[in-house]
Design a binder for this molecule. Structure first.
Ligand code: BG6
Length: 485
C-alpha cells in the first residue's frame, strides 16, 4: 500500500512542435477595468517574458474613460503587472511597453481607435491578425461588438468575449446574432477561464491518457460526483456585478457546468475543438431539467449592508444543487454542485464517490468516507484517492489511507501557465478547443432559464460557514466532502 508518495514524472521525450505565431495586434477594450488590470496585462507581460508572444506584436488599449488617462496609462499597467505577476524586469518592460498605446473611445464612436488599429496593423505587417478582447461590462458588450464589427482594418480578425454570455436564452441569442452579423463562429472565442487552468485540463489527461479510469467512469461504479467551489472572499467591491448577475449566472451556468462537462463527457475521438465540443454538447443535452426542489440559494449575512446593495436584495451569493445527466454513462448518478461567497474556505474540488464493494469480507466497521477519488483543482493541482488499506499487524484490520499525486512534484521542471496566459495563447494560435461554442451557451441557458425565471428565495447564512444548512443536507449518504475529512 502506498500512501503520500508522489511519483516523479518524466517530461515528454519530444517537445511538441510549435508553429510560430502570426504577428498580432491585440486590442483590449475596457483596458482600465478590473479584469484587464488583474488578469490580462499581467498575463501578456509574462508571456512576453517567456518569449511566447510574437516579436511583431502591438497592444492597442482602449476604454471609455477620457483622454486624460493617456499619460497615466503605462504606469497603471506597470503597477498592475507588478502587483499581480511579481517584480517587473526592467529591460523586458521597456521592450513590452513600447508596443502599447492607449486610445480613448467615446460612446459608439470608435474612429480614433479604428485609425490606431489600422496603423498598428500596417506596422506589424501584411500577415497580421487582429485580436479584439472585450473586457467590458456585460451591458456594453453588444454595442462594442457593433462598433468593432464595422472597423475597416487590414488583417484577419478574432474576437474574445468574457462571460456571462447574455443573462438568459433570449439575450444570449440576441448577442449571438449580433456577433454573427460581423464575425464567423470560427472567429469567436468565448472564455471560461476555468478551462484554462492546468488542473482542469488534467481531468482530460487523467481520464483519457490512462487505461485505469475510463472503464469505471460510469454509473456502474460511481455513485455520486461533487463539484465544490466555495470561496472565502465576499463581493469585494463587485457589488454592481453581483446585483445584476448573481452567483448562479456568475459561477454555476458557466464554470461549474463546464467542469461537469469535463467530468461527464464520453471519450472524444481526438483532442481537438470539434471532438471536445461535440462530446460536451451531448452531455449538456442529456442534463435532466433542473428540479427547483433540489436547488438551494443562499445570501450571506451582511450582504444587504454592503454599499450599493438594495436593502431588500434577493440576489443569491450561494448556490447548491443536484443535477442528473440522463445518458447511458450517468443515469441515476447525482452531481452535486456548490459555490458561494463568504464561505468557510476557498476550494475547487471534484469528488468522485465509488460504489461499495458488493461483499463485505473484512471484519469490523469500515470508514464510509473512503472510496473516493478527489481532484483538488488549485493552482497546485493534487489528485488523491482515499482508500481502505490493511493496517500492518497481526490482524485484518482496515484503515483509511491515501494515494496522492501532486503535479508540481511530479513535474518540477515544468513551467505552468496561468489560465489567462494559456487561453490568450490559444486564441493567437487559433485553437478553440478550450472555448465555449454558441451551441453550448444556448443549451445551458435553455436548461437554466426555467429555474432563473422562478428562483428559490435565498436563505441567510453566516459568513465563514458552509452556507445554509438546507444545502448541507442536499447530498444524502456521505454529505459534502470537507477539507481533509
Ligand atoms: C470569476 C467570477 O469568473 O471567477 C468570480 O466572476 C470568482 O466571482 C472567480 O471569484 C473565481 O476564479 P478563480 O480563478 O479566482 O478561482
Amino acid at each position: 500500500m502506498h500512501t503520500g508518495s508522489a511519483a516523479r514524472g518524466r517530461p515528454p521525450t519530444e517537445a511538441v512542435e510549435e508553429t510560430p505565431l502570426a504577428p498580432h495586434v491585440l486590442v483590449v477594450m475596457g483596458a482600465t477595468g478590473d479584469l484587464a488590470q488583474r488578469k490580462l496585462f499581467p498575463a501578456l507581460f509574462h508571456l512576453w517574458q517567456l518569449r511566447l508572444l510574437p516579436e511583431r506584436f502591438r497592444l492597442v488599449c482602449s476604454s471609455r474613460t477620457g483622454p486624460e488617462i493617456g499619460d497615466t496609462f503605462l504606469p497603471m499597467v506597470h503597477a498592475a503587472v507588478d502587483v499581480y505577476r511579481g517584480t517587473v524586469d526592467d529591460a523586458a518592460w521597456q521592450e513590452f511597453s513600447r508596443r502599447i498605446s492607449f486610445v480613448p473611445t467615446s460612446g459608439d464612436d470608435g474612429a480614433a481607435l479604428e485609425r490606431a488599429v489600422a496603423e498598428a496593423a500596417k506596422e506589424v505587417g501584411s500577415d497580421c491578425e487582429i485580436l479584439y478582447y472585450l473586457a467590458v461590462p456585460p451591458s456594453a458588450t453588444e454595442s462594442v461588438v457593433r462598433m468593432l464589427g464595422t472597423f475597416d482594418v487590414p488583417g484577419s480578425a478574432k474576437i474574445v468575449l468574457e462571460k456571462p454570455f447574455g443573462k438568459d436564452l433570449e439575450s444570449a441569442r440576441s448577442l449571438n446574432e449580433t456577433l454573427h452579423e460581423f464575425f464567423e463562429e470560427r472567429q469567436i472565442y468565448r472564455i471560461d477561464h476555468f478551462l484554462g487552468k492546468e488542473a482542469v485540463q488534467n481531468i482530460l489527461a487523467l481520464r483519457f491518457a490512462n487505461g485505469i479510469f475510463q472503464p469505471v467512469w460510469n454509473h456502474q461504479h460511481i455513485c455520486y460526483v461533487q463539484i465544490d467551489v466555495p470561496e472565502q472572499i465576499d463581493v469585494q467591491g463587485r457589488v454592481e456585478f453581483m446585483e445584476s448577475t448573481g452567483t448562479f449566472r456568475d459561477m454555476i451556468s458557466t464554470h461549474l457546468f463546464q467542469l461537469l462537462g469535463f467530468v461527464a463527457l464520453a471519450p472524444p475521438a481526438r483532442m481537438d475543438a470539434d471532438s471536445l465540443h461535440h462530446e460536451t454538447i451531448k452531455v449538456f443535452r442529456a442534463i435532466r431539467p433542473i428540479d427547483p426542489e433540489r436547488v438551494v440559494f443562499g445570501q450571506y449575512e451582511g450582504y444587504r449592508d454592503e454599499a450599493g446593495v438594495d436593502e431588500a436584495s434577493n440576489v443569491e451569493t450561494f448556490v447548491a444543487m443536484e443535477v442528473y445527466v440522463d445518458d447511458w454513462y450517468w443515469i441515476g448518478v447525482p452531481f452535486y454542485l456548490r459555490t458561494g461567497k463568504a464561505l468557510a474556505e476557498s476550494r475547487r474540488t471534484i469528488t468522485i464517490g465509488f460504489r461499495e464493494p458488493p461483499l463485505k469480507v473484512f471484519p469490523g466497521d469500515v470508514d464510509d468516507t473512503c472510496n473516493e477519488l478527489v481532484l483538488e483543482l488549485t493552482d497546485d493541482p493534487t489528485i488523491f484517492a482515499d482508500v481502505r488499506a490493511k493496517v500492518p499487524g497481526p490482524a485484518f484490520g482496515l484503515g483509511r489511507a491515501r494515494m496522492r499525486l501532486a503535479l508540481v512534484e511530479a513535474f518540477p521542471e515544468a513551467e505552468p501557465l496561468e489560465a489567462y496566459e494559456r487561453l490568450l495563447l490559444d486564441v493567437m494560435r487559433g485553437d478553440s478547443t478550450l472555448f465555449i461554442s454558441t451551441e453550448q451557451v444556448e443549451l445551458l441557458w435553455r436548461l437554466c432559464d426555467p429555474l432563473l425565471r422562478n428562483p428559490p428565495r435565498p436563505i441567510r447564512y453566516p459568513r465563514g460557514s458552509w452556507g445554509p444548512s438546507e444545502a448541507s443536507r442536499l447530498p444524502s449518504g456521505r454529505g459534502w466532502r470537507l477539507p481533509d475529512s
